[in-house]
Design a protein around this ligand. Sequence first.
Ligand code: TXA
Ligand code: MG
Length: 334
Amino acid sequence: MRIVQKEEAVMLLKQGDLVVLPTETVYGLAADGLNTDAVKKIFTAKGRPFGNPLILHVSSLEMLERLVKDISIQSKILMQLFWPGPLTLVFNRSELVPDIVTAGLDTVCVRMPKQDSTLAIIEALGKPLAAPSANKSGRPSPTNLADLEKEMPEIAVIDGGQTELGIESTVVDAREKDVKILRLGSLEVEKIEAALDEKVILIEKDSRAKSPGQNFKHYSPNAEVILIWPWETFGEKVSNENGSRYTTVEEAIADLYDRFKCGIICDSSRETLYLGYDVLPLGIGSIEHAKNLFATLHKAEDLAWEKIIVDMSKIYSKEALGPTVVERLKRSAE
Ligand code: TXA
Ligand code: MG
């Protein structure tokens, strides 16, 4: 991995090369978003299907206005409150946006990241950056340099340390009155509803066509992820993959642990239940869970666990980032 400074990053981007940049969510694999050949390199480096469109990252509202056609009142409200920050908005796109960025759609996704060094680079380039998460397609996103080294060892990188939030931005279509969440992310749905003073529509798995990226395999480490749910949550008993029934999550996990070379990810308050086991604690509460999730999946894979067992007690939650963390875990276990 080659760590570079701002000036070199801008030069590389100007000449159509890729640079990995930190954002407040995850590291992004960036290219000049108006240069088709440069953007093509992103798809090649990630092994990403061309049918999965990219997000453009801007440093100012003037830059946004060149990329889009109309900006709804709802979008304006959300931008005012949450930009820079982990909110990606869908807009009708202008002719300036290359087809390769949008996978041929009439819309383009744009966000303003909350990371000074990255904003300064966009500003110096004078153009938006196309940047997906800097992992190989289908893998957990990198949130620190060690994990990035596994994913994109050959690409120049700006060192931003550990990313602040740990999970990608929330993707929102606020073009019309009925505001839709296309991807859960680091901006809580409740905050969006409070800002708009109305309920939003969650686009569920079945209608993932709305956000093409949701159709692809995602967030998966090189080990099987098994989620064990607390029976208290659903009023039924825990079962393992054989359909055997257990009274508690701990009992189900003990059985798996006996039969496979595996380890456990759990809320830190439950770590003492698993003394003598291989455990990676996820922190306490959904904000910490979100921040640590991808790095922990990377760690579990480095430990060569055959199966990654996740104790979902205290991780399953409808509060704050709970739904986002659970959604990412479910996808990684698919
Ligand atoms: O936090 C983030 O959003 C990170 C950082 C690097 O900014 N980026 C990121 O990009 O997560 P990526 O490419 O991994 O995810 C982009 C998501 C995909 O699910 C994609 O399908 C969706 O945004 N998307 C892009 N353009 C779209 C469009 N025009 N309409 C609907 N969904 C779109
Ligand atoms: Mg991604």
